[in-house]
Design a protein around this ligand. Structure first.
Ligand SMILES: C[S@@+](CC[C@H](N)C(=O)[O-])C[C@H]1O[C@@H](n2cnc3c(N)ncnc32)[C@H](O)[C@@H]1O
Ligand code: SF4
Length: 478
């Protein structure tokens, strides 16, 4: 692999350079000292920013950019923007997201909106300053517009996330920290006991602060790996401890059909769950088998009809682009099959390969496999033709397509928890191993993240200490 050396006059730009270089060449190794194949130099001369690439054989590629206002030399984003121009010219390629590498781009629009910028001014900022394509600019503006009323209605309330990071087995592509339930289900049982204690302790803190619960999300892992009596107990503890009368949404992830039964779904419905996630990932049986996801397509179909019969308000279905050997046609075949069920939400992820997964290739899906811009446009078009609009989005770092994951919804059926979590404009309390919370401070429009230890073993072994520390952090922050 070729090595790129950063030779920066402003070392504080290193992270920005790393992100921009990776966006053009995912996986390239960049260093700040030692051997190199290519050297990237940044200099500032008066009001000129200069970038150059240099190779061991003496070849160079150099450009300079005139900054109109001296004050702009203090702004790291200006350097990143010109670095984008420089690399874009060198690679002869434009990126749809321009110089934007953050994972929550909608937040930029919402901050500008809150600061009083008009839609036109926001669009200009996105296209001129961040070099965003017109398409992604429109996507962000439309998405932000959909989110605004949901955010406004939930700002002074809180969301609750309850995490069950356990699964009956590990899907081979999975990059989440999720533990496999052991043969005697002891790790699950131990975790479950502690989780209930954490719910009680945290809820008691929240009651003291008179906070109104807006959404509840029980996620995983696979929460439906719990036995029927455990699920029943969980719902009872949730109801006893949280005032649910003002809930706008109650989600249960019921991702894998091998953990599902009519009884569990009935229980969820009877306890107020109104959004249920049944995640095929692919509707191609050979793909599910190849990625060791022990779900039968026939079962997915039959549980969709159970969910419909029981009358849940929202059915969400997740798909992943690029699983196993799938190409664009395979993806559209899955998409068309789930479109036939008209789920209220469809969430489309790009396969991302992180350290935790069992797949070796570390770049995820590739444009060379037919997953270029035309493919993404076609996905959006197909969904639009069927009445779905993008309502939340987050981006992935360091992927070949530098792409985005998008949640689609039929109008009025948007997933509220997802919007609130991504907008970072509401306090979200995360309960359980791996759960992340956001404490929102309205005056500064900022959040403080509260993390919980990720692995079940540590959570179980050091539960009292973890709980005490967490309660202290929450009560100090609230
Ligand atoms: C946190 S997971 C929880 C859902 C549940 N565990 C399941 O697998 O159905 C949420 C979603 O992330 C997506 N996902 C999981 N692993 C992924 C990966 N390696 N790359 C991209 N998306 C992934 C899947 O679509 C999954 O439904
Ligand atoms: S993909 Fe979902 S179900 Fe599969 S192991 Fe990961 S968290 Fe569990």
């Amino acid at each position: 692999m070729s090595v790129l050396l950063f030779n920066l006059e402003k070392p504080e730009l290193e992270y920005y350079f790393h992100e921009m270089v990776q966006a053009f060449e995912p996986g390239i190794k960049n260093v700040v000292a030692g051997d190199w194949d290519t050297k990237l130099t940044q200099r500032t001369i008066g009001q000129k920013i200069e970038y150059s690439l240099e190779w061991q054989d003496g070849k160079t590629f150099k450009r300079e950019y005139q900054v109109s206002d001296k004050k702009n030399l203090e702004d790291k984003g200006i350097y990143k923007g010109y670095l984008y121009d420089f690399l874009s010219e060198y690679h002869q390629k434009k990126l749809m997201w321009g110089s934007l590498t953050g994972i929550k781009p909608v937040k930029i629009v919402q901050k500008l909106d809150a600061a009083g910028f008009s839609e036109e001014a926001i669009a200009m900022r996105l296209e001129d300053y961040y070099r965003l394509s017109h398409d992604r600019t429109r996507l962000l503006l439309n998405l932000s517009k959909i989110q605004v009323p949901f955010i406004a209605a939930g700002r002074d309330k809180i969301g609750i996330y309850i995490g069950i990071p356990l699964c009956p087995s590990k899907c081979s592509y999975c990059s989440f920290i999720s533990t496999t339930v052991d043969r005697k289900r002891e790790n699950l049982s131990h975790y479950f006991t502690n989780l209930l204690l954490e719910i009680e302790a945290v809820a008691s803190l929240l009651r003291q602060k008179n906070l109104v619960v807006d959404t509840i999300y029980i996620g995983g892992g696979t929460p439906t790996v719990l036995d029927v009596w455990q699920l029943e107990k969980l719902f009872a503890v949730v109801k006893e401890n949280f005032d649910t009368k003002n809930l706008r949404e109650f989600t249960l992830e019921a991702g894998r059909t091998d953990t599902l039964s009519q009884e569990k779904l009935e229980l969820a419905k009877a306890n107020g769950v109104d959004r249920i996630c049944l995640n095929p990932q692919s509707m191609n049986q050979a793909t599910l088998d190849a990625v060791k996801r022990p779900c039968q397509v026939e079962d997915i179909k039959s549980f969709v009809s159970t969910v419909r019969k029981l009358g849940f308000k929202i059915l969400n279905m997740d798909l992943i682009i690029g699983l196993a050997e799938e190409d664009a046609n395979d993806f559209f075949s899955s998409l068309d099959q789930i479109l036939a069920y008209q789920p209220e939400n469809i969430t489309i992820h790009n396969l991302s390969i992180k350290k935790g997964s069992k797949i070796k290739n570390d770049l995820g899906i590739s444009v060379d496999d037919g997953y270029g811009e035309a493919f993404y446009q076609q996905v959006r078009q197909r969904l639009a033709q069927n009445g779905y609009d993008p309502y939340y989005l987050y981006r992935l770092k360091y992927t070949a397509g530098n792409s985005e994951n998008i949640g689609y919804a039929k109008s009025g059926a948007e997933g509220i928890y997802n919007i609130m979590m991504m907008s970072e404009r509401q306090t979200i309390i995360g309960i359980g191993a791996g759960a992340t919370g956001n404490i929102y401070f309205e005056e500064s429009d900022e959040i403080k993240k509260i993390f919980t230890v990720k692995d079940i073993k540590t959570y179980n072994e050091r539960f009292n200490e973890i709980l005490e520390k967490k309660c202290m952090m929450i009560s100090e922050a609230l």
